[in-house]
Write a protein that binds this ligand. Structure first.
Ligand code: CTP
Length: 407
């Protein structure tokens, strides 16, 4: 789910130096065919077994193998953040040892140490090595920290030997990877009603002109998609015209802040989670003209008045137990402004972003945000997809909802 706002999930496929590297070619191909975004990372030793070109040709991106030869100053953390799953196949005794001990002297081991995503390793080595107490200890340690392991089988090994330690078959590894990927971002919202607002409102000046803003609506749409995937019934109150409606959402098209307000007030009566992702205009034209203003009539004076603050209204008028999420695009001292908004608007969660930071804000695929709630430290998510933002926030909303009444 990194790399784009789409639903495509990313597998960082790490290949280390063992004869089973040739089987990783099949793994890359299968994962790619299943629709995953596959990013191959090879150790230098892996290249002794299979050429880089083979993996580059069968994956979604060219092979990476260096911590240094890249325009990205931190390729390991960038890759780790983009990953929904880091898969190491084959995982040699050396890679396993480095991972278990926190060493990071090449790109594969650095990605592993930096990964917050799920990690799946497919050990491959000779029987003597697999049975070695140090290897056993490393495997047990990794398993205890939540790393998934595809147990090796018994079979032919390098050099014509036979025994335990042979890497599991590609189809077994891919099946396990798929199972883990399906779990990613899955939140159980069955039976809940989620209402999301999205896009920038348009405040008419006359029938042809309006005051608008640059909101693309993508963050709101990502919320709707994630909520639908979690089984919620979803209403999307949107001003957006150029994004495909999420499959299964009840769409309510609006234009102005006042239309959005009316729709949100109505839908919020039965909502369990409300997400005000829309960029609602703070001002509207006081005296909207019903006829087009003619250029020849001189330069018009346009008086603006405040719109109603929809989020603040919803925060102050809860009719039932519900979690209300607002947004805050800030500059200066973002976290404090966002905390202020949290209490001022009566929201449970504010998703803030520092609009001056790179990769944040309007019309971008990724977003760097922080999440504030009262009596809690902020959670910072950097350069993640808008879907990921939605997943984290909805998971938190669900926890709040389950933890007690707020009516
Ligand atoms: N919002 C709203 N109704 C409005 C304006 C904003 O519901 N008329 C919601 C947005 O959907 C978003 C949050 O409030 O969730 C953003 O608030 P913002 O406009 O940044 O806050 P302001 O009250 O305008 O605060 P400030 O100008 O001080 O940043």
């Amino acid at each position: 789910m990194r790399s784009s706002g789409s639903t495509q999930k990313t597998v960082v496929l790490c290949i280390s130096g063992g004869i089973a590297a040739y089987k990783a070619v099949e793994i890359a191909r299968r994962l790619f065919d299943l629709g995953y975004h596959v990013v191959p990372v090879m150790t230098e030793d892996a290249k002794r077994f299979v050429g880089e070109t083979t993996f580059s040709a069968l994956s979604s991106e060219p092979v990476r193998s260096s911590l240094w030869n890249s325009t990205d100053p931190v390729p390991h953390t960038t890759l780790a953040r983009r990953a929904d799953l880091v898969l190491v196949a084959p995982a040699t005794a050396n890679v396993i040892s480095k991972f278990a001990n926190g060493a990071s002297d090449d790109l594969v081991s650095a990605v592993l140490i930096a990964a917050r995503s799920k990690v799946l390793i497919a050990p491959a080595m000779h029987t003597e090595m697999w049975e070695n107490p140090a290897v056993r200890r490393n495997i047990e340690f990794l398993a205890a920290t939540g790393v998934s392991i595809v147990q090796p089988g018994v079979g032919r090994l390098a050099g014509g030997d036979f025994g335990a330690g042979r890497m599991a078959e590609p189809h077994e590894i891919v099946a396990m990877a798929q199972g883990l990927l399906e779990e990613v971002g899955k939140i159980d919202l069955a039976g809940l009603e989620v209402v999301v607002s999205a896009g920038g409102t348009r405040e008419a000046i006359d029938p042809v002109r309006f005051i608008g803003n640059r909101s693309s609506g993508r963050q709101g749409y990502a919320f709707a998609e994630v909520a639908l995937a979690g089984g919620a019934s979803v209403s999307l109150v949107s001003t957006v015209e150029n994004l495909p409606p999420p499959n299964g959402a009840k769409m309510v098209s609006v234009e102005s802040a006042s239309e959005m307000s009316a729709a949100m007030k109505e839908l919020s009566k039965t909502a369990d989670i409300i997400v005000m992702a829309a960029a609602v205009a703070d001002f509207r034209v006081e005296d909207q003209k019903s006829q087009k203003i003619k250029k020849g009539d001189g330069v018009p004076e346009i008086r603006l008045v405040h719109t109603e603050d929809i989020l603040a209204y919803l925060g102050a008028n809860r009719s039932r137990r519900q979690v209300i999420v607002g947004f805050a695009a800030e500059t200066g001292d973002p976290e404090n402004y966002a905390r202020d908004k949290l209490s001022r608007k009566g929201a449970d969660i504010i998703v803030g972003n520092d609009v001056t930071s790179p990769g944040a804000g309007f019309a971008t695929e990724t977003n760097s945000v922080f999440i504030v709630e009262s009596d809690r430290d902020a959670t910072y998510l950097e350069r993640v997809s808008k879907r990921r933002v939605a997943e984290v926030v909805l998971a938190r909303a669900l926890e709040i909802l389950s933890s007690g009444p707020k009516v």
